[in-house]
Design a protein around this ligand. Structure first.
Ligand code: AMP
Ligand code: GLY
Length: 421
């Protein structure tokens, strides 16, 4: 089969890398991809939101199957556009991708179907939101309803902070249209875990657990980022918790979406928190997580393309998905200054030496200049290693981190060493 992956980050590099291992794959393309992905796939310079150009490319190049990595095209209805042309594609339709693209929708769904989550209220009018907020205890959480590059969540410790955050979101439109509606919710405490899962509209099969590190600096200091690293498995999430979540969260979510006439086909990412009252949903994503995917896919034994096709064909209940009994760690190398301003174009050295050690580099923001890799984004590379134990994987990933260099290289030294162990 000829396969096209849509997206350009470390997640898409990991998807391309894993899909390429499938004996079913003849040729693999990525749109738009990046310089690292170009080593493994033919990159085509079409942006993920250019649905018509993508469809045209797929038809002209006899692409049999398209895999959507990112949230924006899913929320914009890329799957509907492909299916309207009779093309096979992996991902949820627009009416199901809303599970991620509207936090008000997902919170209301959880309330309606009794899926455990933080208590909340939804507001579209600033004055009403302000009045409600003034009566709440601190800390409190304010979330923009729509997609805001993972930045639309404010954890407010003081009333002053909360009121100014709300005004920035609703009046100053800091997150644009995404903040026109807000969710104000109870602050929860506990360790977090990310469970990515395969869904075919009826059946849901969770993958091995993962945890990510969102803050820019060690020990969860600094600004929120797209993710500074991830590891799998989680250190606290047991098989028993997985069974429990299957009953209270995973299957109920998939059943709820089907009941609402929005069958979910693709990946549901369950962002969970283990509170003193039990497991709660923090959020849903309608796609693979980044960088969790880089730590999860190296542990997958079963052919990824076969699983994806089973999702699209509605036959996931027939699949046996197998995982390696090991651990994986992905440490993100970022450009100094990320997630605020940073420079690009610095030469990257040491990548060749990783291969000899069996360490992987998933490229997120790289380009090629005069035949050499240079930095080209905030998150540059995801240095990833597997090991028999988490400690072994951490050690190996950090060996890789030391081998690769570029000016103003920034990374966290505590990936896999989370405070809740
Ligand atoms: P989200 O984009 O909804 O995943 O939120 C980003 C991060 O904010 C989460 O990973 C949590 O660390 C934190 N967060 C979100 N909602 C809550 C909440 N209700 N209580 C405490 N922390 C939260
Ligand atoms: N790692 C969080 C996300 O992909 O949204």
């Amino acid at each position: 089969m000829n396969v096209l992956v849509v997206g350009s980050g470390g997640r898409e590099h990991a998807l391309v890398w894993k899909l390429k291992q499938s004996p079913l794959v003849e040729k693999i393309y990525c749109a738009p991809g990046n310089a690292g992905i170009a080593e493994e796939a033919e990159c085509v310079s079409i942006a993920p939101m250019e649905f018509e150009r993508l469809i045209d490319f797929v038809k002209k190049n006899a692409v049999d199957y398209t895999v959507i990595g990112m949230d924006d095209p899913l929320a914009g209805g890329i799957v509907d556009a492909f299916e309207a042309e009779g093309l096979k594609v992996f991902g949820p339709k627009k009416n199901a991708a809303i599970l991620e693209s509207s936090k008000a929708f997902s919170k209301n769904l959880m309330k309606k179907y009794g899926i455990p989550t933080a208590k909340y209220e939804v507001f579209s009018e600033y004055e009403k939101a302000k009045e409600y907020l003034s009566k709440q205890e601190m800390p409190i959480v304010i979330k923009a309803d729509g997609l805001a590059l993972g930045k639309g969540v404010l954890i407010c410790k003081t009333m002053e902070e909360a009121q100014s955050g709300l005004a920035e979101m609703m009046l100053d439109k800091k997150f644009g249209a995404a903040g026109a509606t807000v969710v104000i919710e109870e602050f929860m405490e506990g360790p977090e875990v990310s469970i990515l899962s395969f869904c075919d509209g009826k059946t849901v099969i969770p993958m091995v657990s993962a945890q990510d590190h969102k803050r820019a600096l060690d020990f969860d200091e600094g600004l929120n980022t797209g993710g500074m690293g991830a590891f799998s498995p989680s250190k606290f999430y047991t098989d028993k918790m997985d069974e429990e979540c299957m009953k209270t969260i995973f299957q109920p979510t998939v059943d709820a979406m089907a009941k609402e006439g929005r069958p979910f086909v693709g990946i549901i990412y369950f962002g969970l928190m283990y509170t003193k009252n039990g497991m709660r949903v923090i959020e849903y994503n309608a796609r693979f997580g980044d960088p969790e995917t880089q730590a999860v896919l190296p542990r997958l034994k079963t052919d990824l393309l076969e699983i994806m096709l089973a999702c699209t064909n509605g036959t996931l209940d027939k699949m046996q998905i197998e995982w390696y009994d090991n651990a994986a760690v992905c440490v993100v190398l970022a450009s100094g200054g990320y997630p605020e301003s940073y420079e690009k174009g610095y030469p990257i050295t040491g990548l060749e030496s990783l291969e000899t050690k069996g360490i992987m580099a998933f490229h997120a923001g790289t380009a090629k200049k005069d035949g050499n890799f240079v930095t080209n984004g905030g998150r540059v590379l995801g240095i990833t290693a597997v090991g028999e134990s988490l400690d072994e994987a951490i050690k190996k990933a950090y060996e890789g981190v030391e081998m690769v260099d570029f000016e103003k290289k920034h990374f966290r030294r505590d990936i896999g060493i989370k405070k809740y162990n």
